[in-house]
Design a protein around this ligand. Sequence first.
Ligand code: FAD
Length: 550
Amino acid sequence: MARPILLAVDDDASVLEAVVQDLRREYGATYRVMRASSGQAALEMLDQLKTRQEPVALLLSDQRMPGMTGVEFLERSREPYPEARRVLLTAYADTEAAIRAINTARIHYYLSKPWDPPEEKLYPVLADQLEDWQAGYQPPFEGLRVIGHRWSLQDHKVRSFLSRNHVPYRWLDIAASEDALKLLEERQLRPDQLPVVLFADGTSLVQPEPDELAARVGLSTQAAQDFYDMVVVGAGPAGLAAAVYGASEGLRTLVIEPEAPGGQAGSTSRIENYLGFPSGITGADLGRRAHIQAARFGAEFLTQRATGLRIDGQYRMVQLADGREVSSHVVLLAPGVQYRKLDIPGAGRLTGRGIYYGAALVEAVSCKDEEVFIVGGANSAGQAALHFAKFACKVTMLVRGDGLSATMSKYLIDEIERTSNIVLTPKTQVIAAEGQERLEALQLRGPQGEYRVPATSLFVFIGAAPGTGWLPPAILRDEKGFLLAGPDLRTEGRLPEQWREPREPFLLESSVPGVFVAGDVRHGSVKRVASAVGEGSIAVQFAHQYLAGF
Ligand SMILES: Cc1cc2nc3c(=O)[nH]c(=O)nc-3n(C[C@H](O)[C@H](O)[C@H](O)COP(=O)(O)OP(=O)(O)OC[C@H]3O[C@@H](n4cnc5c(N)ncnc54)[C@H](O)[C@@H]3O)c2cc1C
């Protein structure tokens, strides 16, 4: 397979030579380093590379060049290579332009010249960028294949599971690929057994459940130890932060998560307001990085769902979907919230067959050159619309209110306005979904009355509710199911009767001592990545204090 390309662009021959040398020294073994002396020449080169289907990982361009500036070049490079990482080299005086370009040209980073020593100022930045590119890159395929129907819920679940766990695969739609039929025949499988997952060693899984698939692709489903200091339920930002701090501070930490680490953030296309990532970070990247970080400190991860919690004296036992239990002194509940479902005729039947919840990333490519509908007017819907606009020919946002200003952050509204293929349809509700095998049309109610539009894909972002029904009644919650903790446990100034400890509950402690709560699932929490991360980290401090009492 051809090595992915790093392309350096600068009109100053000596600077270009220096960049190329530095790149070759560090990345020459894994990447091919190419050069161009102007933006125009670089664009022509990219067109040729595209025709030859060669992978381009990174574009590193100087800003000040005659004819075409670095920002212009990087912006135009998104057409042939939208996934390549775009880094701008600037002089100190161009910093303002570089910051503006984060929005307009979607550059991923800017570096100030000179970059000496490269070990400090160049390589760490580029290594980070290349790691992100690698995570999303699907090389010409040699491994795992999924054959299914685009309009099947089970197929969608298999693909989501693999994507979210960063397992590279190639998807073959039985309706569109002759190879798919051939492969099925070769493996003596039938189209009525779809979805199937084919492995490179010749084996296959028919209609696999997530745990079966998890075990086959090397994800852990059984705890390695009998006992842990802390079991964390949920690997969203809250659970991952707790895992990083807990494990790094010496707690034997187990994280239980049925999906890929990252939580809701993992399904969002780009988080732009998380501190320290000026050009945004995808939720999946954040989840992947935090997962690696926690694992590096020794946290263990299980691909499992928690289905119950049992209290036995000082032991807290978390029950798992496969019937096993894991035991610990401390449990941190961070299961977040789940997407609220559309309550309209047809929605249940067509879920996964054209109607999706928070599935923006995995389905986006399937919607190439189609029209996509999005329901919702909050930030999550805005992020999804921008993400789909890169693939779909038109994105229609169906919003109940007059507009977006009351519900969405300004930076997203501005970007939506700048994106020509996103159309905002205010004061409009979906009242029914139609279709036999898959979504075919939507019934809408707007200012002009009720009407029908043909539709193949509808993505729903209408808020979320906590999934806490599996917890015992001893864990108190509010009327909506959010968990009560710390001062919120008091009603009319009094702690609940079941609280028998001689001390006050810690700030994030639930009604059961030693069981803590963090993130979106907590009553009154701020629904933000940073808040969830903050709470997960703080909870670990209280866990230490609780454990100190043993
Ligand atoms: C589409 C969208 C866009 C968003 N954009 C932004 C943004 O730009 N900036 C921002 O700050 N915030 C954003 N948010 C909000 C942010 O994602 C959440 O506030 C944050 O993810 C909450 O983290 P958490 O760890 O509490 O829960 P979650 O992220 O919900 O993670 C909970 C995890 O627990 C797992 N889980 C659930 N039940 C169980 C169980 N029984 N057993 C084991 N595991 C379980 C889930 O699979 C999940 O992975 C967005 C949210 C959405 C939905």
